[in-house]
Structures are given as structure tokens and as C-alpha cells.
Ligand binder design. Sequence first.
Ligand SMILES: NC(=O)c1ccc[n+]([C@@H]2O[C@H](COP(=O)([O-])OP(=O)(O)OC[C@H]3O[C@@H](n4cnc5c(N)ncnc54)[C@H](OP(=O)(O)O)[C@@H]3O)[C@@H](O)[C@H]2O)c1
Length: 288
Amino acid sequence: MERLLDGRVALVTGATSGIGRVTAREFARMGAQTLIVARDPGRGQAAAREIREATGAAVEVLVADLSSREEVRRLAREVNDRTGRLDLLVNNAGAIFAERRISADGVEMTLALNHLAYFQLTLELLPLLREAPGARVVNVSSMAHESGSIDFDDLQGERRYGMWKAYAQSKLANVLFTRELARRLSGSQITANALHPGAVASGFGRNHPGFFGKLVAIGAPFLASPERGARTTIHVATSPALRGVSGRYFSSRREKAPSRAARDGDTALRLWQISEAMTQPATRLPTP
Ligand SMILES: NC(=O)c1ccc[n+]([C@@H]2O[C@H](COP(=O)([O-])OP(=O)(O)OC[C@H]3O[C@@H](n4cnc5c(N)ncnc54)[C@H](OP(=O)(O)O)[C@@H]3O)[C@@H](O)[C@H]2O)c1
């Protein structure tokens, strides 16, 4: 592996497991100063140890529950304390919730973790991203976005909750956020792209009670490895060919058109405004 990232600073969320763990390891191998975010300090240190053993590089562990607005804010402050620039931000931490759950802020968990955390963390880290020439924001979405819609009348599943509905909506939100972010950042050196990592055997869905958890366990041998799953993230984050490419969606390391709903600029704008209101006081990014 080339040391493409010598002198660069990278932050990866959800790096204690699956796709994020491999992504962080490969960034470290490529020479980046790598910071990982974990909600559990023990799992964070275990991931850091494994990466150090595999690559010889030290990674720094930051602890935050990304479903909490206050913890995201504190995390952004800690990143600021540790570095003066951020070249790569990979928003990757995500989950699916069998039952409707509420975050510390009273927000439905899928929305809070899978979408609002991506939104808030990115906006809070923009000043650091601006300090790095050609910084990249990479949002790990899913092909599940294709079956999603943004239910503005019931965004948090208060009237009707379905785990797939909530998950697909959040992954659609990732693509819409990427689109609107890229639009607002046009003319800057920062790019933002989203991706589907493939169907990957990871921690995803593993702890689910009932049928879904069993299905994930049975299906695991037929799914791609986390190494394979991380390839598209690493490609979008590091490929020199993608310099300046922004607002796009990738799958299997190739650009792909996302769903029609994911290309709706009005929905992207409306979601942005709601997300901004829900994560105040994140840094404001004016409409160009
Ligand atoms: N696996 C697939 O087939 C697949 C397909 C399409 C898209 N994706 C997307 O890929 C991304 C990574 O998923 P994965 O498959 O690698 O799953 P995973 O192995 O379950 O990893 C998820 C990561 O998110 C972290 N996380 C969960 N809740 C958190 C919270 N409240 N605060 C901070 N971190 C939290 C987990 O930390 P802990 O170790 O503490 O649990 C873990 O590090 C997700 O965004 C997912 O939607 C996955």
C-alpha cells in the first residue's frame, strides 16, 4: 500500500468494528495521523491496539456517543484540541434498531445516529477541514437508501415505526446531506461524497433479537468481508482520480446514480434546514 496519506489527518467514526475499523487501519497504513471515534473506551483501545499491531502506527482514540448532540459537540472540540487541520472525515458509525428508541436528546435513534451525527459532526469540523488543502468528507450510506423516502410528516416514526423504514430514510438522508453539503461547499476545496459499501459481514444487525438477528448470523458467510466492504470508502477518500469530485454517490468503487429521491434538491434543502434546527448551535453554512 502506498503511503498516500503521509502528513494527512483522518478521523473515522464507528472504527471499533466492521467497515470503519478496516478503514481506519488502512488510513494508518497509508501514513495518516488517524483519529478514531468509539462510544466505548475499551473497544476503542482494543481497535487502536489491533491497528498498531497490524501497521506499526499509533492511532488516537476519542470517546463519544454519536447519538448525543452534546457528545458530538465535545468530540469536535477535542478534535480541535488535537489537530490544526483535518484532511479526511469519514462518517461511518451507524446502526439499525429493531424497536423504536430515543436518544439522550429525545430524538429517534436511527435519525440521531445515522443522519444527525453525520450532519452535526461535519458542520462542527468544517473550520478544520478548511485548513487542509483538498479535504474530503466521506459519508457511508447504503443501497438501502433506494427504498427510502423522507417522511417529513413523521420523521421520527412517532406515528408508525418500522426499522427498515427508519434505516432506509436515514441512509437516504446521508445521500441528500452529501448533495446539499457539496452544493454549499462548491468553490471551496472541500469535497463531499457518499457511498454504498456492499453487503458486508460486520457487527451490523448482529445483536438484534428475533428473526432479523438470526437472518444476519445465517447470512454472514455469504456476505463480503469488512476488508472488501472498506474498499469503496478508501477509494472515495484517497483516490487521486477523485480530486475535486463532489456531491456524488459510489458503489463498488465506481460512481453510480443514487435513487431519484436522493437527487431531489428541494428535499435536500428541507432536510438540511430541519437538521440544522435539530442540532443547534452547529456552525451555520450559508446557502450559496
Ligand atoms: N454491513 C453492511 O452490509 C452495510 C451495508 C450498507 C451500509 N452499511 C453502513 O456501513 C456503516 C458501518 O457499518 P458496519 O457494517 O461496519 O457495522 P458495525 O460493524 O456494526 O459497526 C458500526 C460502528 O458504529 C459504532 N456505533 C454504533 N452506535 C454508536 C454510537 N451511538 N456512538 C458511536 N458509535 C456508534 C459501533 O460501535 P460499537 O463497537 O460500540 O458498537 C461500530 O464501531 C454504517 O453506516 C452502515 O449503515 C453497512
